[in-house]
Design a protein around this ligand. Structure first.
Ligand code: C2O
Ligand code: CU
Length: 476
């Protein structure tokens, strides 16, 4: 973890923070006032500007933005069924919000400025409260000018433990990120520039794991590791090759999946995506194995490595089961489901604005954006829903990526099953909240729209989101 210089809260500021938070103790009525027997887990996050060192080999202190003075922010770890209450105070010089990525929260707790709440002003605060209904690996980040706020280090893990977790010798979390440092070792402040927006986003040049330059991982023969991978980068896509080892994927985006080896042994993680993998360490004492990121052809690099201790932990891999219990997500029926089409368009080498869509609605929308969803290009968070879903019904959304680029597409408030890619049913019908679409790919997803409200649906390459690749889906 990268610790920033701590910034003392002035006494006056602290007082005003306390006073404001006391005034915010009331929860929206929609959450239900009925007392629960669930433990309430309380946390406090304070977003603030700081200085820190992403990689001492390359840079001195540079301007980062942090939760509780560290990158990543603190790991919030709760058990499934817990009530989670997080008081967020904004020590930044601009508004912010916190979004609980992948967590099925009530709409008012979703952290989307102007859509689900007013932005938290500088020195303001907001209390988020929700039940951790699903176990799994989640994360939190701002939803206000995310391309800079996340890009400067505002993100952290949210781990919801299963009541009966799969057995492993160690349960580790790796939050992957990359930074764009200039020759002076400082974070380049060209956030949200038009070139990044129109191409593959702000891909940086310095990768960190948990806010630090990756070091090797010390392991022992026979050891079983559960590794929770989170991609918190603005735009970088990872494809991890654990040389000599065969990772077993047991959960994607927090949701259990039948344990399997990924295609070609590579763990693919677009921005915001998570994978829980099981690694059985079977190398010789003293050996080393590279962990290589192979996503960008010609730009492969060694991310980390396994370093084996001289004495094994046990002589053979354990035979403990790897299946996680399912989360309580309603199962969509595909027969009789309502069907909807969504087309993503734009960018360099796209098929031109508005392809496959026309009509009055589109003409009323801004057409200046680089990217579009069903012909509309929205910037800022002021928008009307582009799709209405009847509540508690099953829906199939057929998505087309009409662009020449990859896009990790994220829906708030729900997890969906990935039914098919280019018409071919997926092998695992995995639940995701963020699905990677390859250039020109078509993907069908299905969900029961059981969570009422206005939910963001957007590309998680944060520069694409900022340049129009987002919309709102209304469940009512
Ligand atoms: Cu992780 Cu709308 O975001
Ligand atoms: Cu995108």
């Amino acid at each position: 973890m990268l610790y920033a210089n701590s910034v003392a809260l002035s006494r006056r500021k602290l007082l005003s923070v306390l006073m404001t938070s006391m005034g915010m103790g009331l929860m929206p009525a929609s959450l239900g006032a009925a007392p629960r027997n669930r433990p309430v887990r309380e946390f406090h996050l304070r977003a603030a500007a700081n200085r820190a060192v992403p990689d001492a080999r390359l840079s001195g202190p540079t301007d980062v933005w942090t939760y509780n003075n560290s990158v990543p922010g603190p790991e919030l770890r709760v058990r499934q069924g817990d009530r989670v209450r997080v008081r967020v105070t904004n020590g930044l010089a601009e508004p912010t919000t916190v979004h609980w990525h992948g967590v099925r929260v009530p709409n008012a707790m979703d952290g989307v400025p102007h859509v689900t709440q007013a932005p938290i002003p500088p020195d303001g605060n907001f209390v988020y409260e929700f039940d951790a209904v699903d176990a799994g690996t989640y994360w939190y980040h701002p939803h206000y000018r995310s391309y800079e706020q996340v890009g400067r280090g505002l993100y952290g893990p949210l781990i919801v433990e299963e009541p009966d977790p799969v057995r492993a010798d160690r349960d580790l979390t790796w939050i992957l990120d990359d930074w764009r440092l200039g020759p002076d070792g400082l974070i380049r402040d060209d956030f949200g520039n038009r070139h990044d927006m129109a191409h593959n986003g702000r891909v940086g040049n310095t990768v960190t794991i948990n806010g630090r330059p990756p070091a090797g991982l010390s392991v022992r023969g026979g050891e079983r590791i559960r590794l929770r991978l989170v991609n918190a980068a603005n735009a970088r896509i990872f494809s991890l090759d654990f040389e000599g080892h065969a990772p077993t994927i047991i959960a994607l985006d927090g949701q259990p999946v039948s344990p399997h080896s990924p295609k070609d042994g590579l763990v693919l993680l677009g921005p915001a995506m998570r994978a829980d993998i099981i690694l059985d360490m079977h190398g010789e004492p003293g050996s080393r194995f590279a962990i290589t990121d192979r996503f960008y052809r010609g730009l492969e690099y060694q991310l980390s490595e396994f370093n084996y201790a001289s004495t094994p932990l046990r002589s053979e891999a354990p035979d403990w089961k790897m299946d996680l219990p399912p989360n309580p997500i309603p199962e969509p029926l595909t027969r009789g489901a309502s069907r909807h089409e969504v087309v993503f368009n734009g960018g360099m080498m796209g098929r031109g604005m508005g392809a496959g869509n026309s009509g009055g609605m589109m003409n009323m929308m801004r057409r200046s954006g680089i990217w579009s969803v069903n012909g509309m290009s929205v910037e800022g968070h002021f928008m009307e829903p582009f799709l209405m879903l009847d509540r508690d019904r099953s829906h199939v959304i057929s998505m087309t990526n009409a662009t020449a680029w990859h896009h990790p597409i994220h829906l708030h408030g729900h997890s969906f099953r990935v039914l098919s890619r280019d018409g071919i049913p997926t092998r695992h019908q995995e639940w995701q909240d963020t699905v990677m679409m390859a250039p020109r790919e078509k993907i069908d997803i299905a969900l029961v729209a059981d969570n009422p409200g206005d939910w963001m649906f957007h590309c998680h390459i944060l520069e694409h989101q900022a340049a129009g690749m987002m919309g709102v889906i209304r469940v009512n």
